[in-house]
Design a protein around this ligand. Structure first.
Ligand code: SF4
Ligand code: SF4
Length: 435
């Protein structure tokens, strides 16, 4: 694609990077076929190609974002299916990240949007605040249906609907410290305990630590880990995202220098995609560029790391698993086979739902900020999953677990919970059929 940035504009490294990305796009439109919002809405401006044109026009003209650009960029899930499809290697992720920062810096959103976004950014990345908010949501839950009928309150009603009925106590897995290997030691890792996940489903990190230590891997929960910054990053809040990234880079650099690390284990693929991008996010910060690149290189999804441990094959089980590959897993991190191979080796029968490339509509805070498109995508995803006639669903991202669970009666687990059970751990609570 031809671009027309001035030499002065190109002195801004963010603009220069986006120009390079734009120039790679050859307008072929292959990406439109796999874009969930184009497939759902049928509007070219809600396709990757359409958004690329909107971003190009806005950046080239040095214009503040307007309502049209904001509408179509806000509808983008950042699922990155377009990057998997694109034959020209267009890095849509970094382009839309830049566009979101530009929107945040130049566009004044309506009061309700600002309020909702401020609440999300102030609550979700902090487990103690999130836990308090979920407790408060219990009181508000009876009013959710009414609130969803009032335009100004609709988003708050959606949030109440998504809040779980039961809130688990703080997990011991979140307490900083070192968990010793329970067999001959063959590795040492740090685990990101995360922000929303340990509040919503603490069993995921507990299963990960049990499984890894049983396999001879020492697991450190470093003091001071925080949210990876993905939630605010996708809202265009660059300073908040970079500050979260710098904080974690410091924590993990210290852990790696003090005890050595083979990997930083991440159990939410949405976080993994962002942490693997820290090296890029902090590339212009001389104090952090090198350290951030080191952290990104160490970041591994738990299934990616388990695949290196050569786990023994287990006896077949009478359990069929529908594997839902989170967008951040398959498109963001390009991890497609490892989770399924691990599950099959562990004795499960694995089925792939149709249209596996399409997002379930969770996408961080998307199911709160764009509830209608999200609900359509959820219904489509659930229909495809239920058609597999599997006994349970497995996936590797807490956002997908929360989203899909609100649309089906099928039990849904994190992949690592099934693997922990298959390799000598506890049977996940009350949701599996008898083997
Ligand atoms: S990230 Fe997903 S929703 Fe956004 S343009 Fe690409 S395919 Fe479409
Ligand atoms: S597939 Fe790639 S090159 Fe083709 S229009 Fe989409 S982004 Fe551009």
């Amino acid at each position: 694609m031809q671009t027309n940035f001035t030499p002065e504009q190109l002195t801004d490294p963010h603009v220069a990077e986006s120009e390079g990305i734009l120039r790679k796009c050859v307008h072929c439109g292959f990406c439109t076929a796999t874009c969930p919002t184009y497939v759902t809405l049928g509007n070219e401006l809600d396709s990757p190609r359409g958004r690329i044109y909107l971003i190009k026009d806005m950046l080239e003209n040095g214009r503040p974002a307007d309502e049209e650009v904001v509408t179509h960029i806000d509808r983008c899930l950042s699922c990155l299916a377009c990057m998997t499809t694109c034959p020209s290697g267009v890095n849509y992720m970094h382009l839309v990240d830049h566009a979101r920062v530009h929107i945040e810096q130049t566009y004044k959103r309506p009061l309700k949007d600002r309020l909702v976004r401020n609440v999300l950014a102030a609550v979700l990345p902090y487990p103690s605040r999130f836990r308090l908010a979920l407790r408060a949501a219990r009181l508000g839950r009876p009013f959710a249906a009414v609130m969803k009928r009032v335009p100004f309150l609709k988003t708050f009603g959606v949030m109440l609907d998504l809040a779980p009925k039961d809130i688990a106590p703080t997990s011991p897995a979140s307490v900083p410290g070192v968990r010793a290997a329970q067999a001959e030691k063959r590795g040492r890792v740090a685990i990101l305990t995360g922000c929303a996940q340990p509040v919503l489903k603490p069993g995921i990190n507990e299963a990960t630590i049990r499984l890894l230590t049983r396999l001879g891997v020492e697991v450190a929960v470093p003091q001071g880990e925080g949210c990876c910054g993905a939630l605010v990053h996708h809202m265009g809040r660059e300073e908040q995202a970079l500050s979260a990234a710098r904080h974690n880079v410091d924590v993990w650099t210290k852990a790696a220098d003090e005890g050595g690390l083979d990997a930083i284990i991440i159990t939410a693929s949405g976080c993994g995609t962002t942490i693997k991008d820290y090296g890029h996010m902090l590339r212009l910060d001389p104090a952090y560029a090198e350290k951030a690149a080191r952290v990104s290189a160490l970041a591994k999804d738990v299934t990616e790391y388990l695949a290196t441990l050569d786990l023994p094959r287990q006896e077949p089980k009478e359990i069929i698993v529908a594997y839902h590959s989170a967008c951040s897993m398959q498109h963001g991190q390009k991890i497609t086979m490892a989770p399924k191979v691990l599950l099959r080796n562990a004795g499960f029968t694995v089925r792939d739902p149709a249209e596996g490339h399409l997002c379930c509509g969770s996408a961080g805070t998307y199911n709160i900020l764009q509830p209608d498109i999200s609900a359509t995508l959820k219904a489509r995803k659930v229909k495809n999953i239920e058609a597999t006639k599997a006994d349970i669903i497995a996936t590797g991202n807490i956002g997908c677990i929360t989203q899909i669970a609100t649309g089906t009666a099928m039990p849904i687990l994190h992949t690592v919970e099934l693997l922990d059970w298959a390799y000598g751990g506890e049977k996940p609570a009350g949701i599996l059929p008898s083997p």
